[in-house]
Design a protein around this ligand. Structure first.
Ligand SMILES: NC(=O)c1ccc[n+]([C@@H]2O[C@H](COP(=O)([O-])OP(=O)(O)OC[C@H]3O[C@@H](n4cnc5c(N)ncnc54)[C@H](O)[C@@H]3O)[C@@H](O)[C@H]2O)c1
Length: 326
């Protein structure tokens, strides 16, 4: 990190906002934040962040290679958190999903490479190998080195996964051709305040607050990591990486505490509406039954003690209620 200018693409989104907020606390850092709000809002939280003296905001489409050429400078540290996520979008607007998610992964990596940035951080996804879990080609817990799997290219559900695969591949391609110095964080189920409604935790918070006790896929499991823990890991890894202390190009970020969706629902019910009757329904089509990263590599670099799911859910629920996010 040092004194280099930091450019964050996707800064108005869930993780991008929390990452930028943490980095902006250092008043000596110079931050350039980019987003086009295709998947986020220009809300009070974001307005407060960009009012800081060390933050400059640019509303722009990060697919635009000409814009990237003008923006990115040699020596920058660049975080690419752009994506067009959301299960409904995978089916309803898969062309938009693949365009925003893949073109940004290709173009940002290439311009970072040719401009010789100091470091390029790409935010990959467990979706890249999710098809392999369905087919038992990928082990659980899942280490970093596993095959990418697209189960059925004719099913638009995979438009996001293939885009995230391309984003990772673009790092290796530009590393090989232009010597791009990069690190991929492969992200697994982060949750916390201001995360929208397209994920299971805020979806349940909103439904339970409205008196709807429907729980989709209660027997599925996920390994949830609270956002503050995720940001801490990302910042610590960035410092080590920029100091040349990390030889890896890809590190899993997540929790290895596997939790059933039923448990998440039970905790949220007790926090929001203890009298609510929960009704189980089938999981959304195509969602994997289990997800659990192997964190051996991460723990070689850092020791961490993640927040319990009970405490993390309580903090998330409090944020949604206090800030009236419904
Ligand atoms: N949240 C998770 O648990 C999770 C899990 C796996 C991977 N990831 C990855 O981490 C990154 C951040 O995830 P998130 O949950 O914060 O997502 P998010 O949807 O909240 O944020 C993504 C941001 O990118 C912006 N964006 C999309 N297309 C753009 C474009 N063309 N130009 C400029 N901005 C654009 C959106 O408006 C949004 O603000 C993504 O790359 C995602 O694939 C997140």
């Amino acid at each position: 990190m040092g004194n280099n200018r930091i450019v964050i693409f996707g800064a108005a989104g869930f993780i991008g906002f929390h990452l930028a907020s943490a980095l902006a606390k250092n008043e000596h850092s110079e931050l350039v934040l980019v987003d086009n709000f295709v998947r986020s809002e220009f809300d009070t939280d974001f307005k407060t962040l960009i009012s800081r003296a060390n933050c400059k905001f640019i509303e722009a489409d990060a697919r635009d290679a000409q814009f990237l050429e003008e923006l990115i400078k040699p020596g920058d540290v660049v975080y690419n958190l752009v994506a067009f996520n959301g299960t409904d979008n995978f089916y309803e607007v898969p062309s938009d999903v693949i365009s925003h998610s893949a073109l940004t992964g290709i173009n940002i990596a290439r311009v970072c490479a040719t401009k010789k940035v100091k470091k390029y951080y790409y935010f990959g996804s467990s979706e890249s190998y999710a098809g392999g879990i369905e087919n038992s080609w990928v082990p659980l817990p899942t280490p970093e080195k596993v095959p990418f799997v697209i189960s059925d290219p004719s099913n638009p559900r995979w438009s996001y996964a293939i885009s995230k695969q391309i984003g990772e591949m673009a790092c290796y391609a530009n590393g090989s051709q232009y010597g791009l110095d990069f690190l991929i964080f492969r992200i697994h189920n982060i949750y916390g305040p201001r995360m929208g409604f397209d994920h299971v935790v805020p979806d349940l918070i909103r439904k339970f607050a409205q008196g709807n006790g429907t729980v989709l896929g209660p027997d599925q499991t996920r390994s949830f990591l609270y956002i503050d823990d995720a940001i801490k890991l990302i910042l610590e890894l960035s410092i080590k990486s920029e100091a040349g202390d990390i030889s890896e190009t890809l590190i899993n970020i997540g929790s290895d505490a596997e939790v059933r969706i039923q448990e998440v629902a039970d905790i949220l019910k007790s926090l929001i509406n203890p009298a609510l009757e929960l009704v189980s329904q089938e999981a959304p089509a195509g969602s994997v039954a289990r997800r659990k990263p192997d964190l051996t590599l991460l723990r070689e670099y850092l020791s961490f003690n993640p927040l319990s799911i009970t405490e993390g859910l309580a903090r998330t629920k409090q944020d949604y209620f206090q800030n009236n996010r419904f």
